[in-house]
Ligand binder design. Structure first.
Ligand code: GLC
Ligand code: CA
Length: 582
């Protein structure tokens, strides 16, 4: 650690609430969430006990990928508001002691960005080299082929042919998201100035850094290994993630972030090895404050097919949590704790049970699991009231995400009725749309998403808004919302919850997830505070005993999501937390 460089490491105390603007709150009745809508709810956000907001992209964008395709880093998407709304949001957050971080999407821009428009004009354009252009290859029979076999986000080639200049450009996501050429110094330094410092100077406190390990492309852009022999395009994660100059770029950025004491949380897909993850977040290297490592989200997902569903066990969940809790022991790095974001299904539906009678218990169970874990804690909008995946009965046309739409279209092209039913099953379980339905504020039509309930939102509200909504839970002491507030207050009071050391208990138990927390840096034998968390991940009653090293019968219950509060047993999806001083 180098404290002299001005970094205070404030993010280690952050509890972050993610806001996805399109679906958060509509203040002007056009059916689309907006910045004034966010401002109008800041007291609510503060009341949860969070102290930081991560705002997903609000930049100007043609919205092919919901704002992750930016056409101007210094302008706001007009339906969301204006730069002066953003200045007001920054001020209003700070007035409540809330820090604000933005999404930083700099692996690619929109194809509508002025830079790409220039770049595609001709091969001698000064911006030509800001993107990744390559000539075609030709097959033995003279057929035009892309420069390599990489697959893009839509199950198609990651290259698109551009007629005018007769070359392909690279896009790891949709064709409307061309990858920037980070090897071009001018391009990279312009990003630092226009996309990063522009906002830090306006007062934002940091960034969630999109697809943070893709900027540096491998020399020669080699083919990906063939992992799916039946497919034309191959998953290239193993060749294009964590490229050769990644850490050089991040250290350049790190000096800027340090100047502003900004926090950064990098999105780090396809990086399974602890030593690779640590290289991004070791404090002494001054790159990123922390990352999202996605082993937990990969549970239940087949690695080669974004939506194909596979089963996973509680043991696997426990082991993933244990691994990404303990990997920082003895290092200067810091972890994250998250279950949801705008790319993932709702946690209740994935990890617990979204049967109507289980939702409240499941929401509290997952809250309990998370508040005891070490790291910066992230809560995604609606998670605090127990929002769930959309009903399976929805037709495919209710899904608005480009990936879901394409997935269904591909299945339709393959044909049979069974394929389509299965495609919709998979989409329903995994779709990013599950997280993107409007926040359920009240029991008014469409969940009170717009000020005027007659307004139809841009995306359908989950049908369960009549029973699951903020207004109802504000009145109910036994609600998921009330539980989150209480749980976050308990977390704040006991340092060992957010900062201690994690020990898994009862590894083999098939229904209970149990863990102990010790103060950071202490050993099992030392005296001090202990926490014990026991979570019933099943729909049957379970019994347990509090381990002696966590106080046994003398430990005090500090959080209890059970209905009957009976020590030693838990009903379906219930959990409990104990604290003890040895
Ligand atoms: C990240 C974002 C995702 C987006 C992609 C391309 O994974 O979280 O929403 O589609 O990057 O920018
Ligand atoms: Ca609006």
């Amino acid at each position: 650690m180098t404290p002299q460089d001005g970094r205070t490491f404030w993010f280690r105390d952050a509890v972050v609430y993610q806001i996805w603007p399109a679906s958060y709150k509509d203040s002007n009745n056009d059916g689309i969430g907006d910045i004034q809508g966010i401002i109008s709810t800041l007291d609510y956000v503060a009341s949860l006990g969070v102290n930081t907001i991560w705002l997903s992209p609000m930049y100007d964008s043609p919205q092919i990928d919901m704002g992750y395709d930016i056409s101007d880093y210094q302008a706001v998407y007009p339906p969301y508001g204006t730069l002066s709304d953003m200045d007001e949001l920054i001020r209003e957050c700070h007035a409540r002691g809330i820090k604000l971080i933005l999404d930083l999407v700099i692996n690619h821009t929109s194809d509508q960005h002025a830079w790409f428009q220039e770049s595609k004009k001709d091969k001698t354009n000064p911006k030509r080299d800001w993107y990744i252009w390559r000539p075609a290859k030709y097959s033995a029979t003279g057929e035009r082929r892309p420069p390599n076999n990489w697959r893009g986000a839509l199950n198609q080639s990651a290259w698109t042919w551009e007629e005018h200049t007769q070359e392909y450009y690279l896009h790891l996501f949709t064709p409307q998201q061309p990858d920037l050429n980070w090897a071009n110094d001018e391009c990279r330094h312009t990003l630092y100035r226009d996309a990063i410092e522009f906002w830090l100077k306006r007062g934002v406190n940091g960034f969630r850094v999109d697809t943070v390990n893709l900027y540096s492309k491998p020399e020669g852009l080699p083919d990906a290994p063939i992992t799916d022999p039946n497919a034309e395009w191959q998953n290239g994660d193993s060749v294009f993630c964590n490229g050769p100059r990644m850490h050089e770029y991040l250290q350049e950025m790190g000096t800027i972030f340090a100047r502003y004491d900004a926090m950064t949380v990098g999105e780090l897909p396809s990086t399974p090895r602890v030593e690779d993850v640590l290289r991004y977040i070791s404090a002494s290297r001054n790159e990123l404050s922390q990352v999202f490592q996605f082993d937990i989200s990969a549970l239940g997902r087949s690695p080669d097919d974004f939506y194909a569903r596979s089963d996973f066990s509680l043991q696997q969940l426990k082991e993933v949590v244990e691994r990404w809790q303990r990997f920082i022991e003895g290092t200067d790095a810091w972890p994250t704790v998250f279950l949801e974001n705008h790319d993932l299904p709702r946690a209740i539906s994935k990890y617990a049970s979204d049967r109507p009678e289980d939702i409240t218990a499941s929401g509290k169970l997952l809250a309990l699991m998370q508040v005891g874990l070490t790291g910066t804690l992230y809560i995604y909008q609606g998670q605090e009231i127990g929002m769930t995946n959309v009903p399976r009965s929805w037709g495919h046309d209710e899904y608005k995400d480009v990936i879901a739409i394409n997935y269904y279209r591909d299945a339709a092209a393959r044909g049979s009725k069974e394929t389509l039913v299965k495609a919709l099953d998979d989409i329903n379980f995994h779709a990013r749309d599950n997280a993107r339905t409007p926040v359920q504020w009240t029991s008014a039509p469409h969940g009170g998403f717009s000020e005027d309930p007659a307004t139809t939102p841009w995306m359908r509200t989950n049908d369960n808004y009549t029973s699951i909504n903020v207004a109802a839970q504000e009145q109910d002491k036994s609600s998921v919302l009330a539980f989150y507030r209480h749980a976050l207050a308990v977390r704040k009071k006991h340092d060992l919850l957010g900062k201690g050391e994690f020990r898994l208990v009862g590894r083999e138990h098939e229904k209970l997830f149990m863990y102990i927390k010790l103060p950071q840096g202490s050993s099992e034998e030392e005296k001090g505070e202990r926490a014990f968390v026991v979570l019933n991940f099943s729909s049957e009653m379970q019994t347990y005993t509090v381990p002696e090293e966590a106080g046994g019968e003398e430990a005090n219950v500090v959080l209890d999501s059970s209905v009957d509060g009976k020590r030693g047993s838990l009903g379906p999806w219930e959990g409990r937390m104990y604290i003890y001083h040895t």
